[in-house]
Design a protein. Sequence first.
Length: 366
Amino acid sequence: MIKIIVHLFRYFVGALFIFSGLIKLNDPIGFSFKLEEYFGPTVFDLDFLIPIVLPMAIFIVIFEVILGIFLILGYKREFTLWSLLLMIIFFTFLTWYSAYFNKVTDCGCFGDAIKLTPWESFTKDVILLIMIAFLFVKKDLVKPIINLKVQKLIIGTSLLVCFYITYFVLNHLPILDFRAYKIGDNIIENMRVPEDAPKDIYEYEWLFSEGDETKKYITNGEYPNAKGDFLTVETKLIQKGYEPSIYDFSIEVNGNNLTDEILSEEKLLIYISYNLEKFSFKAIENMKFSAEKAKNNGFKIIGLTASSVEDRNIFIKKNNLSFEFYTCDETALKTVVRSNPGAIVLKAGNVVDKKHYKDFSDLNFD
C-alpha cells in the first residue's frame, strides 16, 4: 500500500511541477512581473533584486520543470527531494503571506492559464508539502524507472527544449496567450459589465461615542441610527461581485477617458510601451515601417504608455514619429503584450493581430 502511495505522489508531484513550470516558461516575462511585485516596497521591499527578476524567473521555471522530470525518472534522488522540499516550504510561506496579509492577489503559480485566489494557492501548496514530505520520508522507495543513460538523454533533451522555448518567447511572444487581449477576443466586450451582474457587497463597521462608551454598529452601507458622535467607519468586502476579464484598461487623452471611442475605430493600430525609458530602440525603424504600411491601409495609429507627458513629447520629437502617445495604466499595458514596445491591431475592438517589436514587419493589416 505504501509503495502505491509513493508512486501516486511521485508521478502527481512530478507532473504538476512540469506543468506549472512549462506554463510559466511560456510567459517568463509575465512571471518576472509577478516576482517584481513580490520584491516591491509594498511586499518584501527587496528592490535590489528587481533588476535581475527576468533571469531569476527563467531559472526558477526551468528548475521547476527539471525537478519534476528528475522526480518521475528517479534521477539524483537526494538532490531532487531536498530541492522539492525546500522549494515547496518557501512557496507555502509565500502564498500564506500573500493570503494572510492580502499582498499579492494572484501568486502566478500557473501563469495566466489558471487563476487561483491567495487561499487556494496556499491550500494547493500545503497539499503538495504533505505529499513531498511523505516522499522525503519514504525516499528509499523512490527508485529509477529506467537506466542512467536514457535518463541523461531525456534530461538533456528536456533542457534543450526549455532553452529553445525561452529563446522563442523572449524574441517573439508567448506561444499560448491566456490573457483577455489574445487574438480573436474583443476588448470592448471583455470590459463590459452586464446590467444585472452581481455587485460587491460590503459590511460597514461604525464606531460612535455615546456618553462614556464606544458603541459599534454593523450595516450594509446605510448610516446607522446612532445617537452619539461619529468616530470612524471601516469597510470589509464580504462577497465579491462580477468582475469583467478586463477591468483596468483605459485610454486617457488630456485627462478625458476616450476608451470606447478609440477602441470602436474600424481600423486601429496601437503601439504599446509601458515605459518609454525602457523602450527598445532597435524597434524604431520597424515601428516606422509598419506605421506607414498601416496608414496606407486606412488604419488610425496611436501609442499607449504610462510615461509622463513630458517624456512622451521628447520621445516623439527625438524619433520623428507621426502619431501621438496617450495614457494608460502600466500594469494593464504589461498585460496586453509582453514586449516593450509591442503592437496590437484592432478592428472595431476585435484583436486581429499582435506582435513583438522584432515582428512588426509581419503585422497583418488586411
